[in-house]
Design a protein around this ligand. Sequence first.
Ligand SMILES: Nc1ncnc2c1ncn2[C@@H]1O[C@H](COP(=O)(O)OP(=O)(O)O)[C@@H](O)[C@H]1O
Ligand SMILES: [Mg+2]
Length: 496
Amino acid sequence: MDGGDIYKASSSLRVNSSSLWRNNSVEVFNRSSHEEDDEEALKWAALEKLPTFDRLRKGILTTSKGEANEINIESLGFEQRKQLLERLVKVAEEDNEKFLMKVRKRIDRVGIDLPTIEVRFEHLNVEAEAHVGGRALPTFFNFGVNIVEGFLNSLHILPSKKTHLSILKDVSGIVKPRRMTLLLGPPSSGKTTLLLALAGKLDPDLKLSGRVTYNGHGMNEFVPQRTAAYISQYDLHIGEMTVRETLGFSARCQGVGSRYDMLAELSRREIEANIKPDPDIDIYMKAATTEGQEATVVTDYTLKVLGLDVCADTMVGDEMIRGISGGQRKRVTTGEMLVGPAKALFMDEISTGLDSSTTFQIVNSLKQYVHILDGTAVISLLQPAPETYTFLMTLFYSLMATLCTRVPELIPVWWRWYYWACPIAWTLYGLVVSQFGDIEELMTDGNNESVKEFVKSYFGYKHDFLGVVAVVVAGIAVLFAFIFAVSIKVFNFQRR
Ligand SMILES: Nc1ncnc2c1ncn2[C@@H]1O[C@H](COP(=O)(O)OP(=O)(O)O)[C@@H](O)[C@H]1O
Ligand SMILES: [Mg+2]
């Protein structure tokens, strides 16, 4: 930090001294840029004098030629929006964090605390009464019988034939803001049910007991649907709508939430403290709170962050219409909720069916959002049943055990290549062959066999092979180190 400052100071000194020698044309150029700055400052001053309602609908937009113009946010055109986003977030992976940091800095500078949400759940029990087997099928007969049965049940004439299912049993926990919470579980372990219960969207037929609170307030004290967003594991969309339309529609349905009040307070404090915000960030934040524009500018931003800008104008598609790919559809489902103002996100299996690099990109942008703008997020992931791991590990170990302790000749032919490719087999070979002391000494078991012969007949290990084994063992270590180094350099696993 200090070093950087010294460098800056010295370079500014250099600029000052060199400007002594500059000719007049440079001086003229400098003055004109000053004038432009003055002009912009005047425009800002004019903007600041407007009443709040008008002030939040006007911004200073710098055109591609470098002129600063006052514009009306409501009439921001497609091209202007595109250029604005291009300046703010050019490459989603690299610029998104910087963009969010700028927004955060603007809010911090005037001392506004971003609201955070802490979700607590205590002794949560979810139980279901359901028909099982043939009675659960949605047939006409069952439908009729269910109505009659339901009526008789309510009059206590007939006992209920529904089976009792316990889905969640005494679950407690706290979901903290500013961090990502991961929910792991095999299929049908109740992940979806827990997330729905936390988001206040549980099927009313299910019996819920226990307490869910947001910052200490019970679910009946506010409208959880406005605060929390549940992202379904199923992709349900209107096939005829394009990706941009789908997200835009969703943004309009969810509105701007508390963003407007926050911006009004932010703007008021900035004027008091005489702070001039970054004009691009200012326009983005104003557009995100303006009715009509919020649906477009936030949609464009979300499309970019989720890597959906390539298919923004393609139809989503369904079983009948060929549309975007499965991975893109999954991202549209996520994007649909990200465009809204909800600060508590409950995401159900957002990575199932996605490749690892796309998952990384999405989870990374969520992480940035959660860490920088103090969001709350629970992400559930499908975890393979533990039996799958056990099965795979057992298979692997039994294979290794067989390969490393048997005479190579006794191993089926199609496995022998694996024996020689296995570093453990080589290490074991070297270990045994280099260990025995006097190789010509006779064994004491009375078979008149030297140690060397015994090791050869029993393990199939030849003592003369020791040199080759030593070279291979050393080679494997070198090869591993080489592959490791190349992987770090080329595939760049270390990138954050
Ligand atoms: N509305 C419901 N009626 C009856 N059973 C349900 C209902 N919702 C979920 N279940 C049952 O609860 C269990 C957990 O379901 P779910 O929460 O969807 O699991 P996951 O998301 O982990 O796969 C499943 O066995 C499912 O059949
Ligand atoms: Mg589920």
